[in-house]
Design a protein. Structure first.
Length: 97
């Protein structure tokens, strides 16, 4: 959506309705969450995607680095297979790449 302005009315309890074109352009759907930021007299709404608490670990910096490393290993043909858990643990403890 181009930077087009449209007027909306503030109703009871400070409610506004976002125009359909603005919602579509920003990918906002019913039930979505937005961040409201205020700078001076400017209010900015930014759509947010919430992550389930049980999945939050996946988005940590350390986990994402490990995911990238694993993906690079796959691309370079470095995956390894082990006959059993003991062999895997022995490999990990040996420090071999």
């Amino acid at each position: 959506m181009a930077k087009e302005a449209c007027l909306v009315k503030v109703t009871r309890n400070g409610r506004i309705t976002l125009p359909v074109a603005a919602r579509r352009a920003a990918g906002i759907q019913e039930g979505d969450t937005v961040t409201v930021a205020v700078e001076g007299e400017t209010i900015t709404l930014s759509p947010q995607r919430l992550i389930d608490k049980s999945q939050a670990y996946f988005w940590t910096e350390d986990w994402q680095k490990a995911e990238l490393e694993a993906s690079e290993d796959i691309v370079r043909g470095r995956p390894r297979a082990f006959d059993d858990v003991e062999a895997l643990i022995q490999h990990l403890e040996s420090g071999d790449s």
